[in-house]
Write a protein that binds this ligand. Structure first.
Ligand SMILES: *[C@@H]1O[C@H](CO)[C@@H](O)[C@H](O)[C@H]1NC(C)=O
Ligand SMILES: *[C@@H]1O[C@H](CO)[C@@H](O)[C@H](O)[C@H]1NC(C)=O
Ligand SMILES: *[C@@H]1O[C@H](CO)[C@@H](O)[C@H](O)[C@H]1NC(C)=O
Ligand SMILES: *[C@@H]1O[C@H](CO)[C@@H](O)[C@H](O)[C@H]1NC(C)=O
Ligand SMILES: *[C@@H]1O[C@H](CO)[C@@H](O)[C@H](O)[C@H]1NC(C)=O
Length: 228
């Protein structure tokens, strides 16, 4: 009985710490990207008039990154936030954050609400920020309908290639500035898995991956157990 009591007290105290570290005291909402509503559902906003100005854009992507005779392309939705960015940055001093969308359409407040944790970090580091919607979610629809035939293009493998092509395209379009820029990827839930997976599969394209509550068991265990 005594042991059980200690056990319960232990659980109780660590749960309390969890709450203090990861939950906003005022709103009770988790701080790091995985909200009650799902991956990038609407984050809590206290004051709508304080949202930052951001711009929505579209990037052309191949429908199938693995079939060179397939020419079809589609438009992937993304946003940028230049509010914190230091336009005089050069080479490796240019830090670029990329929030990766997961299995839901994206709410713009994920890049316009300055209180979201990763944007507070962007402010500190004067980072340029992008937010990229996952293929087949929200308005990023590569095909006319969701027939079985078309859904074969919905895969993490294609999504990781979308991310890499996105980064390479931004770098190429701004060669002087961003050729040696440092990219950090973020994501929550499935988006968090993609963030870590992207670092594993395309190690040259990013320097850090941050994933909150991502499913990890199918990644190479050496990658996240390693102390280096
Ligand atoms: C951010 O948090 C501060 C402090 O709680 C609050 O005053 C402000 O309105 C918030 N901004 C937004 C956009 O919700
Ligand atoms: C919301 O933010 C604006 C701009 O900072 C401020 O003028 C206004 O008082 C705020 N509203 C509330 C309810 O705090
Ligand atoms: C590759 O794309 C071409 C052109 O759309 C198509 O005919 C072919 O079946 C595709 N191959 C595979 C393996 O999907
Ligand atoms: C893809 O583009 C090439 C070069 O423009 C063209 O020769 C080929 O017919 C196209 N394939 C399809 C399936 O449209
Ligand atoms: C970022 O947004 C600005 C407008 O705020 C736009 O002029 C610029 O082209 C955008 N850059 C990229 C790389 O999307």
């Amino acid at each position: 009985m005594r042991i059980l009591c200690w056990f319960l007290i232990l659980i109780g105290s660590s749960w309390g710490n969890f709450d203090k570290n990861f939950r906003d005291e005022k709103t009770g909402i988790l701080k790091f990207g995985h909200f009650i509503e799902g991956s990038l559902a609407e984050p809590f906003v206290e004051n709508e008039t304080e949202l930052l100005e951001v711009s929505q854009n579209w990037m052309e992507q191949p429908l199938d990154h693995f079939n060179i005779s397939e020419n079809a392309t589609w438009s992937q939705r993304y946003w940028n936030n230049t509010n914190f960015y230091n336009p005089n940055c050069f080479g490796q001093n240019c830090i670029i954050f990329l929030m990766i969308g997961g299995n839901s359409g994206i709410n713009e407040k994920w890049i316009s609400n300055p209180n979201v944790t990763y944007l507070q970090w962007a402010k500190k580091l004067k980072a340029l920020v992008f937010l990229l919607e996952h293929r087949f979610y929200g308005e990023s629809q590569p095909t006319e309908d969701l027939s079985d035939q078309n859904l074969k293009y919905l895969s993490s493998k294609q999504a990781l290639k979308d991310i890499d092509n996105f980064i390479q395209t931004i770098k190429n379009e701004n060669k002087d500035k961003f050729q040696n820029s440092k990219w950090v990827t973020f994501g929550g839930g499935y988006g968090g898995t993609l963030s870590a997976w992207f670092r594993e599969k395309f190690p040259e394209s990013s320097i850090i991956a941050i994933g909150s509550s991502g499913m990890m068991s199918f990644l190479d265990p050496k990658l996240y157990i390693s102390k280096n």
